[in-house]
Design a protein around this ligand. Structure first.
Ligand code: FE2
Ligand code: FE2
Length: 300
């Protein structure tokens, strides 16, 4: 069943080992993360006030013993005890007396900054973009254009989170395409085009069982078209997720406004005219409208 996840004892989505212990991601969604934090005996850590906006951090002691110092008072916490902070005003010191394991729930996504999976995928993305000088920075530009469109469409935060990651990594599957095909300045043969068309499937398989699993369909469907003329699945309309429909428009817009070996870059206006011409058939008309509004307001 989609949207339902089971992992057996000891399994996690990803585990990051740090000097002071380890952090394992158990689940995430809607900007919330559920983690297991392990802290080694003798290491001191601090619960810090949030620098930007509301932040809830909840900790439940599963194993070990940890001392919490707040306003000069030290309190010992053992399995079954818990503590949490919400809009904390000053740092709280945490000092484990033994190897401590905490269930940790955070209202803000932080794992993205620690994830080894993301570091590995970013490295692959860089290699993809270096393969072809004309696509340098393409992932980030598609992410920023998708962000502007998503905001115009009032996309909920849980959709926005996966949209931005899916947009950034949408072409990661191109790592498997031979350089001579990817860089070919002239028209592709039918066989070469078939090779190019494999990248959405390859890319989506690469994020399976990683922190980015949530972006699977965005990567797979960024070349699908509203009328079913796209690839790899030829799906139509709302069978293509809103995030994929946004990336499809942002991707085409960036491709058109970037210089290619066989043609000059179009201006924003020219590219928008081209995209509007296919609005409602190839592209989602609400998404196209949101792109136009973003351009008018100078957001793109
Ligand atoms: Fe692509
Ligand atoms: Fe692309």
């Amino acid at each position: 069943m989609s949207g339902f996840y089971i992992r057996k004892s000891g399994e996690s989505i990803e585990r990051v080992v740090q000097k002071s212990g380890a952090l394992s991601l158990l689940g995430h969604g809607d900007g919330v993360e559920i983690l297991i934090q392990e802290i080694k005996e003798g290491s001191i850590s601090f619960l810090e006030p949030s620098r930007d906006g509301d932040l809830l951090e909840f900790f439940y002691v599963l194993e070990g013993e940890i001392a919490c110092t707040n306003d000069g008072n030290e309190i010992l916490l053992r399995p079954g005890d818990y503590f949490y902070s919400y809009n904390l005003s000053a740092p709280v010191e945490l000092r484990p007396n033994s190897h401590t394991k905490l269930l940790y729930v955070s209202s803000r996504a932080l794992f993205e900054y620690l994830s080894q999976d993301i570091l590995v995928l970013k490295d692959i993305l860089q290699r993809v973009e270096e393969k072809d000088a004309y696509t340098h920075g393409h992932g980030k530009r598609v992410r920023d254009i998708s962000h502007a469109i998503g905001k115009k469409l009032n996309l909920p935060s849980r959709n926005m989170e996966r949209l931005l990651l899916g947009a950034l990594f949408h072409d990661i599957g191109k790592i498997e395409i031979p350089d001579e095909v990817l860089k070919k300045p002239s028209t592709l043969t039918a066989t070469e085009f078939e090779q190019i068309k494999t990248h959405p499937v390859v890319g989506s398989e690469m994020v399976k069982n990683t922190f980015l699993e949530d972006t699977y369909d965005i990567i797979r469907h960024h070349h699908e078209r509203l009328d079913g003329s796209g690839y790899p699945d030829g799906i139509t309309g709302e069978d293509i997720s809103i995030e994929s429909r946004i990336v499809a428009v942002a991707d085409s817009f960036d491709a058109m406004t970037s210089k290619r070996p066989y043609r000059d870059a179009m201006t924003c206006r020219q590219a928008l005219t081209e995209i509007k011409f296919q609005s409602g058939t190839t592209y989602d008309s609400d998404v196209v409208e949101a792109l136009e509004a973003s351009i008018v307001e100078g957001l793109v």
